[in-house]
Design a protein around this ligand. Structure first.
Ligand SMILES: O=C(O)CCC(=O)C(=O)O
Length: 269
């Protein structure tokens, strides 16, 4: 898939693009059944809420781990996601920094506080904020169900001072400091709720300020995120406690875009 000049300009201006119906019902069914399968294994790459409910399943795209699914490997390489990511990052040699599926379970699924992804990734040693993430909705995203909120244009305000919040949820989050985020919210365009049907995709910049609320609805909200980084922007070594491979991949080999755009394994006669 190739973005038009208008779409590229829109990404540069707003920091995100939305693509309704990018994946069809069969594809979403396949990804959901594969995710349910890999989410049932025991692995460090699976994070739970304090209640024990699933929160995040990492590393569904790399063949050498228990959470692997070939459909997710193909998803990372589909021209529908990889093509636009290459365009907005102005680089054809991208790898998956991490693949994660946020399983915001009905009632149990908790918040992601206001942050910028590069606010985490700079601490992993990533030299420059030239990264982007593709989100694919496997369930309908609604405001009651804890959809993502993006602040348009906030990818241009620099990397804001953040602290590691280790108490709000089960997972440490680099969160923009309260006095700073209040100021950002008061002076920026209103946050946009990223709602949509299953099959909707969103591409967003690693500096865009975003958050999402608790899932207060009766339905789970499964989202897939493919974070892309140019191989040349791989992290430098960090002095202490590098995060595990499932969240900061050490496989910097540029992705080969799939030729047929299908998420299904090709069956050879
Ligand atoms: O899935 C969500 O609701 C938010 C995810 C997010 O912001 C993140 O993983 O950085």
């Amino acid at each position: 898939m190739t973005l038009s000049d208008e779409q590229l300009a829109q990404f540069d201006r707003d920091g995100f693009l939305v693509f309704p119906e990018l994946f069809d019902k069969d594809e979403i069914r396949l990804l959901k059944s594969e995710l349910a399968r890999v989410a049932a294994v025991e692995s460090d790459a699976i994070v739970r809420e304090r209640t024990g409910a699933l929160r995040t399943v990492y590393r569904t795209h790399e063949p050498d781990g228990p959470t692997y699914s070939s459909a997710f490997n193909r998803l990372a390489r589909t021209p529908r996601l990889l093509g636009p990511a290459r365009q907005v990052l102005r680089d054809d040699e991208l790898y998956v920094y991490h693949a994660k599926c946020n399983i915001k379970t009905a009632i149990d699924g908790t918040v992601w506080l206001w942050h910028q992804d590069y606010g985490y990734w700079q601490h992993d040693g990533v030299p420059t904020p030239n990264m982007a993430t593709s989100l694919v909705m496997l369930d309908e995203a609604t405001e009651l169900g804890g959809c993502l909120y993006l602040i348009p244009g906030s990818h241009k305000i620099g990397t804001k001072d953040a602290y590691k919040d280790e108490t709000t949820t089960s997972y440490p989050q680099w969160t923009i400091r309260k006095e700073i985020i209040r100021d950002v919210l008061r002076t920026s365009p209103a946050p946009i709720p990223i709602v949509g049907e299953p099959g909707t995709a969103v591409l967003f910049h690693c500096q865009i300020v975003h958050a999402s609320g608790h899932n207060l609805s009766a339905n789970d909200r499964w989202h897939v995120y493919m974070a892309y980084n140019p191989s040349a922007n791989r992290p430098n070594p960090v002095p202490a406690n590098p995060r595990p491979d499932y969240v900061v991949s050490r496989n910097y080999t540029p992705l080969v875009q799939s030729e047929d755009d299908s998420l299904h394994e090709r069956v050879h006669a």
